[in-house]
Write a protein that binds this ligand. Sequence first.
Ligand code: C2O
Length: 522
Amino acid sequence: MEHFNPSAMQCNISISILILLAVFSAFSSTNAETHYHQFVMRTPWADGPAYVTQCPIQPGASYTYRFTIENQDGTLWWHAHSQWLRATVYGAFIILPKLGVPYPFPEPKQDIPVLLGEWWNRDIVSVLRQAQFTGAAPNVSDAYTINGQPGDLYKCSSQGTTKFHVKSGETVLLRIINAALNQELFFTVANHMLTVVGNDAAYNKPFTTRVLMLGPGQTTNVLLTANQPSGHYYMTASPYQTAQNAPFDNTTSTAILEYESASCTSKNTAVSKPLMPIVPFYNDTATVTAYTSQIRNLRSKKGKGFPTRIDENLFFTVGLGLVNCIPGPRCQGPNNTRFAASMNNVSFVLPRRTSILQAYYQNIPGIYTTDFPPVPPVKFDYTGNVSRALWQPRFATKLYRLKFGSNVQIVLQDTAIVSTEDHPIHLHGYHFYVMAQGFGNFNPRRDTARFNFVDPPLRNTINVPVGGWSVIRFVADNPGVWLMHCHIDSHLVWGLSMAFLVENGDGELQSIEPPPPDLPPC
Ligand code: C2O
């Protein structure tokens, strides 16, 4: 298993960075491109998703991603955005505060990236094909990983268990990233409280917790103080699974937090067995809700920062679906169906001839349409029983057009077509404010009263709770084509995705610049 090193950088007002992505021979049978997950970049050509903002980089070819980071600091990451290559092609991307600007908390003694991943004992492309072509649920993974290692609770891997060293008394910053393909994960450290200070590259009002939950795509920064007796403590990543009756990888991966004094004495004495934390039950939604409701923006003031007037009031269902099919190898879903997924009943299809952004920029017709529905075509009880016949998604490449500078609100509503389940929804190109989350069907009259108009957290991946909803707001001030999708990759390949077309504003600085000369050809 590979270990990915973080790239740390100083963010000095705004810096332009240059990254050369070479496609290494290990991926010679497939092609890749890199998505800078959560970067609010003004260069849509550097965003990365295959067939959305660029065509894939062919084996042996290269593409240089050039973009500027504006007003962001915290933990971000990058990953391949083609097929399921991000299973192993990912890494941390850390933006430190501007020179001379302190953290909004005491300077930590160490900065420790903790990347949670997911591992199959098989070629990942074959795992993808099984889900994509048979129409059945995907095979579950064989292990979760912490910095590339599953840890010593799995047979055969005890030698490579990831260890983090701390000195007694010091406070360290853990930058935790859920890079798993298909699984939301709990994270705990035995005997240590975690002080949450940031999420998705935005600071929050600090609070302490024993348990974190991160959906794929999310990052969380926590402070940990080594205030326990010198020794060894397990750190765990374990599944949070909300879909009922769906198979999932119910294993726990571990890393070891080792006090420096404990590692010295262990040369002479046998290493004590690390202490195990209490790991939440896999479907412990109460713990997740209690945790996420504590996340509050550090910076925003009452009524400031987030849009208060709304120009676009959108309502998107998010959920799985089934399409009827003729029994055979490509029809392995339940009762002569294949799995599909959709937003507002549209199952997103990626174009194959060119990217959507190129088609927009060069006026190439026939690649996409801009009639993505602002509300579901049929109103129904979203989280109760509903007949499947009512809800067979349509396959199409539909975009929703936003005027530059418009204030957007989106209600993301889970559905119960196949299963109610938590969906981590990620929006490219933007950070958004999370105004509220809740369970059941969103009811504008009742639930608007619950909006946080004081300190809504700023994120760019938010979980839509199982059988519930999340409301987000942002200002569409970044022109380009920006994908919004479930960051569970099995749902993404089944179509749980859509894209916004944010049109140019007036003036050069608000327009999409021409594509770079080395943009990969289609
Ligand atoms: Cu991190 Cu479109 O993804």
